[in-house]
Design a protein around this ligand. Structure first.
Ligand SMILES: NC(=O)C1=CN([C@@H]2O[C@H](COP(=O)(O)OP(=O)(O)OC[C@H]3O[C@@H](n4cnc5c(N)ncnc54)[C@H](O)[C@@H]3O)[C@@H](O)[C@H]2O)C=CC1
Ligand SMILES: C[N+](C)(C)CC(=O)CC(=O)[O-]
Length: 485
């Protein structure tokens, strides 16, 4: 089975564009077919937006951006692809026809996926000659940021292909969720639809405006759903007695006529106008791209916080960053690129530039990344071993402002079985050297509170990295002390 390096996307709208961006940022080549005359402009704008988001989100070296090609036909788009992601309009007949065509022109071992939000895989693959390599891979908007992808096979999808898709989507930083029963709307859209129906009724019945409905979500339950979902949150709502008490107390309310569930208000012109006008009142002052960027920044904030907690989507992000670091080629004699990002608003001080403490914060993240690279993981911490920083010499050389990008590189100057002597550089995106930090790290037995030799497997990775760095010149400023000219 060939590795997946080249993806094709059929339909390059909101979702196809999001897939293209995620694949390209993960270093894969992408070919898109979309008959829309504006398709290429929209795609390139999406890739730019996604690149901005990943630069802020991901604290690990990214592979070089893949190559984007816009094809003139479906056949041209799919013929060399290892994975094809159909993302055309949500109409069963259109999807059946497109999937049959993809099946005809694709390589025999290519995986074929559909982004459908709720159509049944067996139905939409009905005209395919080889449905065993087909499945739904349902993403969430924006595809380049949200990790969830629901995988749902049809009656003829092979288990091997589901496993292959699972591994592939995990590899590009996603959380594949296998929907084991073929069901309309899969798991997530069943939940979203229930909420959407109720929201429409509330507006239709004049109970609330669209902005009030959104406030009811975003100031309350929406915040906790981001990391615990519904069941885990309700378990806590049951108090110490937990889920059983919660169900005993709130079970009976389910029988009260609180929801309209399967009833859908008729989409009369009056309802569409009401919702659209209220939506304009709520968000009309926002330029579309600015609102997308605001959404992305909020998601990035949530994911970064969850990463610190190593919880939910944050654990997925941490795992992806670790894989990127492991995959990155160090080069024989290159400082390691261990941490990069853009300066967020809260790092700006009264002088209008990044505050001095943030320089050390960035170097701290680079040190953490180095330690992760040499195997100082949770298992090592649990055994009671870690590295502590025992000395830092920090030089502030230049300033960096809001939204500007930076990268921290790390050179290993020396090491022995207990110590690592490193030299970090902080570089502006335009190449200026902003700061350096020379540090001594000490391996510590945390239970005995004393220095200790590192584990042989840690020393062996360290030796490999240090061997490459031995050829590098001693950095300008290494060994300096304050007051020296
Ligand atoms: N928008 C959303 O929030 C989500 C949508 N989806 C699913 O993704 C799929 C695409 O939806 P969107 O991107 O939202 O729609 P969209 O309308 O933004 O994009 C559809 C694209 O398909 C193109 N297209 C039309 N006929 C085509 C053909 N014969 N061959 C190739 N391209 C063709 C259109 O020009 C358009 O650019 C649907 O199945 C939808 O259910 C899945 C998750 C979320
Ligand atoms: C509205 N929708 C059914 C197309 C939504 C989805 O499928 C997922 C999402 O991103 O909300």
């Amino acid at each position: 089975m060939t590795a997946i390096r080249h993806c094709a996307i059929i339909g390059g709208g909101v979702i196809g564009g999001g897939w293209a961006a995620r694949f390209l940022l993960a270093g894969l080549d992408v070919t898109v077919f979309d008959p829309h005359p504006e398709a290429e402009r929209r795609l390139r704008e999406m890739v730019k937006l996604a690149g901005r988001a990943w630069a802020k989100l991901i604290a690990a070296p990214l592979p070089p951006l893949g190559h984007l090609h816009v094809a003139v036909s479906l056949e041209e788009a799919v013929r060399d692809a290892d994975l094809i992601q159909e993302s055309a309009p949500e109409v069963e007949a259109i999807k059946q026809k497109i999937l049959a065509e993809i099946d005809r022109f694709a390589k025999p071992d290519a995986l074929i996926c559909s982004s459908t939000s709720g159509l049944l895989p067996t139905q939409i693959s009905a005209m395919m000659a080889r449905p065993e390599r087909f499945m739904v891979a349902h993403p969430f908007n924006p595809v380049y940021l949200l990790p969830l992808v629901e995988l749902c096979g049809g009656e003829k999808t092979s288990a091997d292909n589901i496993a292959r898709a699972k591994a592939f989507f995990a590899d590009i930083g996603m959380h594949p969720l296998h929907v084991r029963k073929e069901i309309d709307g899969f798991i997530a859209d069943r939940l979203l639809e229930a909420l959407w129906r109720e929201a429409l009724w509330l507006v239709h019945d004049g109970v609330a405006t669209v902005a009030e409905v959104d406030d009811a979500i975003r100031f309350g339950a929406g915040m906790r759903w981001a990391f615990m979902g519904t069941f885990q949150i309700y378990r806590l709502a049951g108090g110490e007695a937990g889920m059983r008490h919660f169900m005993a107390q709130f079970g009976p309310t389910l029988k009260l006529p609180w929801t309209k569930l399967m009833d859908v208000p008729d989409f009369t012109d009056a309802l569409v106008d009401l919702v659209a006008e209220q939506s304009d009142d709520q968000s009309g002052q926002w330029d579309f791209r600015a609102l997308e960027a605001k959404r992305d920044d909020c998601l990035i904030g949530i994911m970064r916080s969850l990463k610190v907690q190593d919880f939910g989507a944050g654990a997925t992000l941490a795992g992806f960053e670790k894989a990127l670091r492991d995959r990155a080629t160090d080069g024989d004699a290159e400082p390691l690129r261990l941490y990069e990002g853009q300066v967020p608003a809260e790092w700006i001080d009264y002088n209008g530039h990044m505050n001095e403490s943030r320089y050390l914060e960035i170097f701290g993240y680079a040190t953490d990344a180095l330690l992760a690279r040499i195997g100082m993981d949770d298992a090592m911490l649990e055994k009671g071993f870690s590295y502590y920083t025992v000395e830092t010499h920090l030089r502030h050389l230049d300033e960096i402002k809001l939204g500007e990008s930076y990268v921290a590189t790390t050179q290993i100057l020396a090491h022995d079985e207990k110590r690592i002597h490193i030299f970090h550089r902080l570089l502006h995106g335009d190449g200026r050297l902003l700061a350096t930090a020379e540090q001594m790290m000490l391996c510590v037995d945390m239970k005995a509170h004393r220095a200790t030799p590192a584990a042989p497997e840690t020393l062996s990775v360290l030796q490999g990295l240090a061997a490459g760095h031995r050829a590098l010149p001693m950095p300008d400023g290494a060994g300096r002390s304050i007051g020296q000219r």
